[in-house]
Design a protein around this ligand. Structure first.
Ligand code: OGA
Ligand code: MN
Length: 202
């Protein structure tokens, strides 16, 4: 854990993105997955949208996942456990990268079979406060045949973009600069479950 956070901080400092495996204990992963499936069964997930406030729209041709926002002052004990880890990450990113991160927002996300999220940045006009994206995958196992990879578009020395695909393997954490790394979620062939969040500068 400690070493993993150090690795993330160093990766962010040097290249703006990072991937670590087994970020949470297997027990916590399976319990969070179970909790998420409970919420799902009780119909509290909503179709995700694009834009914020007045410009919010459900646009299934752009993204077709469903989300359930966590409320910071009403976290369940399991959600709290994850937030404590992210809080540690926040403090250490500030110390080493001077990002001025002040708070965290996050939601459970469920991508039904056949869904995707087209190429985008996580930081744009209405959500300019999103500085660092933090995604934790909850599915038990995942193979390339299941689809649903997170595709990062990275700068390269030749000036062309380099593609880097990450499978949503349970326990894996992906962290990247929200305003710098375009990314997309490729079509998934299995229900794909994660906690997506953003460290914010306000
Ligand atoms: C997002 C997003 C990526 C993923 O919710 O903005 O890009 O791998 N998610 O779930
Ligand atoms: Mn995104």
């Amino acid at each position: 854990m400690k070493n993993q956070i150090e690795k993330i901080v160093q990766d962010i400092y040097l290249q703006g993105w990072s991937v670590v495996d087994d970020f949470i204990h297997e027990d916590l992963r399976s319990q969070l997955l179970e909790e998420q499936q409970d919420i799902l069964q009780h119909g509290q997930f909503r179709l995700a949208g694009v834009g914020r406030g007045d410009s919010f729209q459900v646009r299934p041709e752009i993204r077709s996942d469903k989300v359930f926002w966590m409320e910071p002052d009403r976290l369940t004990p399991l959600q709290e456990k994850y937030w404590i880890l992210v809080e540690d990450l926040r403090v250490r990113l500030n110390r080493s990268c001077f990002l001025g991160l002040k708070s965290f927002e996050s939601h459970f996300a469920m991508y039904p079979i056949g869904s995707f999220y087209q190429r985008h940045l996580d930081q744009f006009k209405e959500v300019s406060y999103r500085i660092v994206s933090v995604i934790l995958y909850l599915n038990e196992t995942w193979t390339a045949d299941d689809g649903g990879a997170l595709r990062l578009f990275l700068p390269s020395e030749e000036g062309e973009e380099k593609i880097f695909d990450i499978l949503p393997q349970g326990g894996r954490l992906v962290v990247f600069m929200s305003g710098e790394i375009p990314h997309e979620v490729l079509t998934t062939y299995r229900e794909r479950i994660s906690i997506t969040g953003w460290l914010k500068d306000r």
